[in-house]
Design a protein around this ligand. Structure first.
Ligand code: DUT
Ligand code: MG
Length: 152
């Protein structure tokens, strides 16, 4: 087990009553994100369409961390539903509602209800970046080769 990180969070009004985010097993990489729809509300994503799904949750990551919003493989394998912008980036200074951009790549409408587990979120360290402008870059064996330059 590596270091644990504490992430403060609040429920927005429409998120109250949902199960609090937690790792489902000791080795789970992330926590599931739940759809914070109204109790009798549903959201249907037609085949080929996308939707911004509320989670009813806002977080305050410690400085030096990001959160990534990732698809759930079950939704992808069974329904063709995934996170359009995966991995979605949650900045450490973002205090708004976490939302999930789902896209339905399947061939049938996909309907979401309150509490459905629509995606998962991992927390990861990120480095600060200082860009240094140079005249040249150090030489490497690969050089500028890429995009299949090593063959199949
Ligand atoms: O899947 C996502 C991706 C982003 N966000 C929130 C948190 C993030 O900190 C903020 C901005 O995200 P991003 O930088 O990806 O979007 P942008 O289009 O560059 O917007 P901005 O100009 O606000 O940075 O939106 C989400 O709630 N869900
Ligand atoms: Mg941005």
């Amino acid at each position: 087990m590596t270091d644990r990180v504490t992430v403060d969070f609040i429920w927005l009004d429409h998120g109250r009553g949902l199960e609090a985010p937690r790792q489902q097993s000791t080795g789970a990489a992330g926590v599931d994100l739940l759809a914070a729809l109204g109790a009798s509300e549903t959201m249907t994503i037609e085949a080929g369409k996308r939707a911004l799904v509320p989670t009813g949750m806002a977080i305050a990551l410690p400085a030096g961390y990001e959160a990534q919003v990732r698809p759930r493989s079950g939704l992808a394998a069974k329904h063709g539903v995934t996170v359009l912008n995966t991995p979605g980036t949650i900045d450490a200074d973002y205090r708004g509602e976490i939302k999930v951009i789902l896209i339905n790549h399947g061939d049938a409408p996909f309907t979401i209800q309150r509490g459905d587990r629509i995606a998962q979120m991992v927390v990861a360290p990120v480095s600060g970046i200082d860009f240094q402008l140079r005249e040249n870059l150090d030489a490497t064996e690969r050089g500028a080769g890429g995009f299949g330059s090593t063959g199949r």
